[in-house]
Write a protein that binds this ligand. Structure first.
Ligand code: SAH
Ligand code: SF4
Ligand code: F3S
Length: 476
């Protein structure tokens, strides 16, 4: 009925900010939702919207007219949390004028800080962790009755499998599907295992069902989400044993195949792959199906084996380079992106140089690059000194960025003259007369619109590029 918007500010993948649009029908109860952090949070917000819609809530883009404001938050780095605190202060100004106004915090910061923001800092009325969203309606009622409400219980089972997410900000073309939750990896710098709990996989049938449903609705691309998709397993124990012999077992390669078979014109992407777990099986499945995109996000974090050991990543530089070689062997045209952290505990100049040399060797299409930010409770916080001075972290980050900028430009230049199949996503921000979309390799391609519609596949010949985008023209 009403088209409204919410915001997603991507903190784990710096630089992206997405505005959400949604339609909904309600009975006067309105909520405003902002999401921060990774795609998992974005996807969770769609589950939250679905749970609230059942209670008669509709969304609004104006926080002043909402009676419930929700922030779905991220704890990955300190600045992510600071941003949320600033927003909470802002909403508390509105609350001063309107005491009935409810402010709720969801997601990773809620899980990490639990009742602290409510009891000590008095910044919120509701605190709900990532596994407790089903309880949200009851918690809202408690607040309406004059109490404060907290539920931060983590679960070993919750996957929200049967909840049909309300697509926020939908372009009607691309959508996320969560395939698992939590993380068991314990990388020493990372707060996620503490905020998201134990790793668990979602029923493959419900995943395929959701993909089919989206395709029926006209969607053309789904991205399967998990912190480590390669450890997706259904009816298989951690040790690799079958749990219930009469039931089907499904690993990630098999899940990919199932989703690829939903429809040939439904593109499949996924994130995040983990270098220690990514198998050749997955790569062969990708190569086998035209509609599985030739793009892998394979975070390396550091190019130094000694550093990777301190990070508890579970692989060496050599192992990582072997995985890169496997990708190139099985899918020569596959694009690869990564995440890098500079200035992690004890990082020597030599270890930093190893990161630079690895980046030169791999020549990533794209990279997300961060300065290390110490997080409470993590292995690194307990075991190591955050001893790299801020200016050294910063200088190293700039050196990493410089190499990536050169790599990105080189990769894009190599695409000039080639023709790609592009899924058209919408009108270019820069010009009404131009459309943009992505090729299989996830590169953004801009071209003159002709009589082409968003949501269709077109062939575009690349004629020019910047370090960020490809420019091209439609070909038959
Ligand atoms: N599950 C994904 C990453 C999730 S977090 C994986 O294993 O690759 C996204 C990225 O944030 C990480 O890859 C890492 O590069 C970065 N990151 C995580 N913790 C961080 C910290 N404490 N300081 C700086 N960057 C961090
Ligand atoms: Fe964090 Fe490592 Fe899990 Fe990724 S794999 S979420 S970096 S602990
Ligand atoms: Fe942030 Fe939580 Fe995602 S810490 S990166 S929102 S899993």
């Amino acid at each position: 009925m009403i088209s409204e918007s919410n915001k997603v500010l991507d903190e784990s993948r710096q630089g992206e900010a997405i505005t959400l649009e949604q339609t909904g029908a309600g009975n006067g109860k309105k909520f405003y939702l902002e999401s921060y952090g990774c795609q998992m949070n974005f996807s969770d917000s769609e589950i939250v919207a679905s749970i609230l819609a059942k209670e008669g809530y509709e969304t609004t883009r104006n926080p002043e007219e909402a009676n419930l404001v929700l922030l779905n938050t991220c704890s990955i780095r300190e600045n992510a949390e600071q941003r949320v605190r600033n927003r909470l202060n802002h909403f508390n100004v509105i609350k001063k004028r309107n005491p009935k106004y409810m402010i709720g915090i969801l997601g990773c910061m809620a899980e990490r800080l639990k009742a602290k923001l409510l009891e000590e800092e008095k910044l919120v009325d509701i605190v709900v962790g990532p596994d407790a969203y089903r309880e949200l309606p009851g918690l809202i009622e408690e607040v309406e009755d004059g109490r404060k409400a907290v539920n931060v219980l983590l679960s070993r089972e919750e996957t929200y499998a049967e909840i049909n997410p309300i697509r926020l900000n939908s372009n009607g073309i691309t959508a996320f599907i969560s395939i698992m939750r939590g993380c068991d990896n314990m990388c020493s710098f990372c707060v996620v295992p503490f905020t998201r709990g134990r790793e668990r996989s979602r029923d493959p049938e419900s995943i395929v069902h959701e993909a089919k449903y989206l395709h029926d609705q006209g969607y053309k691309e789904v991205t399967l989400l998990g912190q480590n998709v390669d450890s997706y397993r259904w009816n298989i124990s951690k040790k690799g044993e079958i749990i219930e012999p009469e039931k089907e077992t499904v690993n990630f390669a098999q899940l990919l195949e199932k989703v690829a078979l939903v429809a040939p014109d439904l593109r499949i992407r996924f994130s995040t792959s983990h270098p220690k777990d990514m198998t050749d099986d997955v790569l062969h499945t990708m190569a086998k199906y035209e509609n599985i995109c030739e793009y892998i996000h394979l975070p390396v974090q550091s190019g130094s084996t000694t550093m990777l050991k301190r990070m508890n990543r579970g692989y060496s530089r050599e192992w990582y380079m072997d995985r890169i070689a496997a990708i190139r062997r099985i899918m020569p045209d596959c694009a690869i992106s990564t995440d890098i952290i500079t200035g992690f505990c004890g990082e020597t100049e030599e270890e930093h140089q190893d990161t630079l040399s690895l980046m030169k060797d791999v020549a990533y299409e794209f990279a997300y690059m961060f300065k290390y930010s110490e997080r409470p409770k993590t292995l690194a916080e307990r075991k190591y000194q955050d001893d790299v001075p801020e200016e050294v972290k910063q200088r190293r980050l700039e050196e990493v960025i410089e190499i990536q900028n050169a790599n990105g430009l080189m990769r894009n230049k190599a695409s000039v003259g080639k023709t790609f199949e592009v899924l058209v996503e919408g009108v270019s921000k820069k010009s009404e007369n131009e459309l943009f979309g992505r090729n299989s390799q996830n590169a953004v391609v801009v071209f003159e619109r002709g009589d082409v519609q968003p949501g269709t596949y077109v062939n575009v010949k690349v004629t020019d590029c910047t370090s960020a985008t490809l420019k091209g023209e439609l070909v038959a």
